[in-house]
Design a protein around this ligand. Structure first.
Ligand SMILES: [Zn+2]
Length: 507
C-alpha cells in the first residue's frame, strides 16, 4: 500500500508507476472509465488538451496543403476484405454491426431485429472506405496529389484498456493521401513524420526518435511504417504516432487509378498517417511528477491560474478589482499567436487547497494575490517547472513584461528535463548477457522500473527479434533514421550486423 508521504500523488512513480498514472488522471480530473467497458469519458480538462493538440496539428497540416473531410463510421465488410494483410491485422479487434433495430422480446426486454444483408464494421481505421471515395474522385493526373485528413473516432476492441493509452474507442486524426509517383508518396510519408516529431518536441515538449518499423511491427497492409518513439518516466517506449507508405496496395484493393500525362492508366501511390488521444497519455507519462500533472504552456488548457486571497468582503472587492486590471494588461499579449489563457479560481476554499488544486492540474503559472501583494503592486508567483514551495514575489509590470519569456522558459525547462532523462537512459549495449540483465528486474514479484532504451546491433533476422520479444517482452521500437552504418554483431545471434536499432519495453 502507498505510504502517506509528502507528495500530493500517492503512490509515487517509484512506488507503483501504473497506479501513479491512474492517480494523476484522477487528481487532474482529466478522464474516467465509463460504464461501457474499455471506453473512457474525457472530462473538460483532458478534452481541452485534446482541443489544443487538434488546433496546433490542424494548422500544421493545412500549412502543408492538406484539407479536412469526413467519411462514414461504418465500413461494409466487403470493403474491409479487399486488402488481405489489412484484414488479418485488424480482424481480431473489430466491432461488427449485424442488426438495424430492436424489437420487443416478449419478456419485457428488447432483442435485435432487422438483420443486415451485409454486416458493417465500425472503423478501426479508414483506408478502405476512404479508398472507395478516392477511386471516384481521382480520374486524371490533374486530380493529384489528393491530400485529405479526417478528425474522427475509431474503435478497436481491446481487452486490456488504460485511460488515454489504450481504449476501445479513441479519438484521432487520420491522413490519407494519393500521389502520381512512388517518390512523391514517400516524400509525403516523411513530411508528415517530420511534422509529428516537430509537434511532439515543440508543443508537447517530448523528445522523440524518428525511425522505421521492422517488418513485424509495421501497419497491416503498408509497404513501410515510420514511427516516432518517446521515452516515458518508467523508461518504457511509447509509439506516439505513425506514418505509412502504402505503395499501391490499397490503390489496387480499392481500384484507385488515374490517367497519366501520356494517356496511360496507372494505379496511384498512397500514404496514411495518424496520431490519437494517446498523445495525452504520453504527455502525462513524460512530464507529470509526484505532485501531479505538469503541462507545457503551449498545450495547457490555461497557462495561468489566479488565486485571490482575502479575509472579508472589503478585501475581496479590492483583490478582485486588482485582478481585473491585471487581466486587462495580459489581454493584449500573445503567446505563439494565441491569447494567454487564464483561470480565475474564486471558489470558496482556503488558498492552500486551491494552490494544490492547480499544482495537481499541471498549470504552468500560479499567482496568489492578496491585500499585501496589492500594497506592493506585485503578484506571488509559483511555477510548475519549479518546486511547489519555491515562490517569488514579482512586481506586476515586471511580470507582464516578462510573461511570454517566462512561459518559454517553462516550456523549454520541461523539454530539457525529459531530454536529459532520455539521454541518461539510452545505453549502447554490445554484450548479450548485459542486454538481458538490463531488461530483467531484480524483484520478479513486484518488478521495479528497469532498463531503458538499448541501442544495439541487429542482424535483420526476424527470428532474433522474435526471441528477444519472447524472452524479455522487449521489442525493436525502430531503426532510427539517423542511425549510421556501423559494423558489429547481432546482440542475439552474434552474426554480422551493420546497424544499431532501439530495443525497449513498450506501451
Ligand atoms: Zn541476429
Amino acid at each position: 500500500m502507498a505510504k502517506k508521504g509528502k507528495t500530493a500523488i500517492n503512490p509515487t512513480r517509484e512506488e507503483n508507476y501504473p497506479a501513479w498514472y491512474q492517480q494523476i488522471i484522477k487528481a487532474a480530473d482529466m478522464a474516467e472509465n465509463s460504464d461501457v467497458r474499455g471506453c473512457m469519458v474525457i472530462k473538460p480538462w483532458g478534452y481541452s488538451i485534446w482541443e489544443n493538440i487538434q488546433k496546433s496539428l490542424d494548422e500544421m497540416f493545412k500549412e502543408t496543403g492538406h484539407v479536412n473531410a469526413y467519411f462514414p463510421l461504418f465500413i461494409p465488410k466487403s470493403f474491409f476484405e479487399k486488402e488481405a494483410e489489412h484484414v488479418e491485422g485488424f480482424a481480431k479487434e473489430c466491432a461488427v454491426v449485424t442488426h438495424s433495430r430492436l424489437e420487443d422480446d416478449g419478456k419485457g426486454g428488447l432483442k435485435p431485429a432487422g438483420k443486415l444483408t451485409e454486416e458493417l464494421i465500425i472503423r478501426p481505421t479508414s483506408e478502405t472506405i476512404i479508398g472507395a471515395s478516392f477511386s471516384k474522385w481521382i480520374n486524371s493526373y490533374r486530380d493529384l496529389p489528393l491530400l485529405i485528413n479526417q478528425w474522427a473516432n475509431v474503435v478497436r476492441w481491446e481487452l486490456r484498456t488504460r485511460l488515454f493509452l489504450r481504449t476501445t474507442e479513441f479519438l484521432w486524426q487520420e491522413g490519407h493521401t494519393a500521389h502520381e509517383t512512388k517518390e512523391e508518396a514517400i516524400t509525403e510519408t516523411f513530411k508528415i513524420l517530420d511534422i509529428y516529431a516537430r509537434f511532439a518536441e515543440e508543443f508537447l515538449a517530448i523528445p522523440v526518435i524518428k525511425g522505421k518499423k521492422t517488418e513485424s511491427e509495421k501497419f497491416p497492409g503498408a509497404v513501410s511504417t515510420y514511427t516516432f518513439e518517446a521515452m516515458m518516466q518508467d523508461k518504457k517506449a511509447l509509439q506516439a504516432g505513425t506514418s505509412h507508405f502504402l505503395g499501391q496496395n490499397f490503390a489496387k484493393a480499392s481500384d484507385i487509378k488515374y490517367q497519366g500525362k501520356d494517356g496511360k492508366e496507372e494505379f496511384v501511390w498512397t500514404s496514411s498517417w495518424g496520431v490519437s488521444t494517446r498523445l495525452i497519455g504520453a504527455l502525462i507519462m513524460a512530464h507529470a511528477d509526484d505532485n501531479g500533472l505538469v503541462l507545457p504552456p503551449k498545450i495547457a488548457p490555461a497557462q495561468i491560474a489566479i488565486i485571490p486571497i482575502y479575509r472579508n468582503d472589503e478585501q475581496q472587492k479590492e483583490v478582485l478589482n486588482f485582478i481585473d486590471k491585471l487581466r486587462n494588461k495580459i489581454k493584449p499579449l500573445r503567446y505563439f499567436e494565441n491569447k494567454i489563457r487564464i483561470e480565475l479560481d474564486d471558489r470558496d476554499p482556503t488558498g492552500g487547497e486551491k494552490v494544490w488544486h492547480w499544482i495537481k492540474k499541471g498549470i504552468p503559472i500560479r499567482l496568489e494575490i492578496g491585500p499585501r501583494d496589492i500594497q506592493h503592486n506585485s503578484v506571488f508567483m509559483g511555477r510548475r517547472d519549479k518546486n511547489p514551495n519555491e515562490k517569488e514575489s514579482v512586481n506586476v509590470d515586471e511580470f507582464i513584461n516578462n510573461l511570454t519569456e517566462i512561459l518559454d522558459e517553462i516550456q523549454n525547462n520541461i523539454f530539457q528535463k525529459a531530454l536529459k532523462f532520455r539521454e541518461k537512459n539510452i545505453v549502447k549495449i554490445d554484450d548479450k548477457a548485459e542486454f538481458y540483465k538490463f531488461f530483467t528486474p531484480q524483484n520478479k514479484k513486484n518488478p521495479e522500473i528497469h532498463g531503458g532504451f538499448a541501442f544495439s546491433q541487429w542482424c535483420e533476422n526476424p527470428d532474433c527479434e522474435e526471441q528477444i520479444k519472447t524472452d524479455l517482452k522487449v521489442s525493436i521500437r525502430c531503426i532510427p533514421l539517423d542511425s549510421t552504418k556501423e559494423e558489429g554483431k547481432c546482440i542475439y545471434c552474434g552474426n554480422k550486423s551493420n546497424k544499431r536499432v532501439i530495443f525497449a519495453k513498450s506501451y
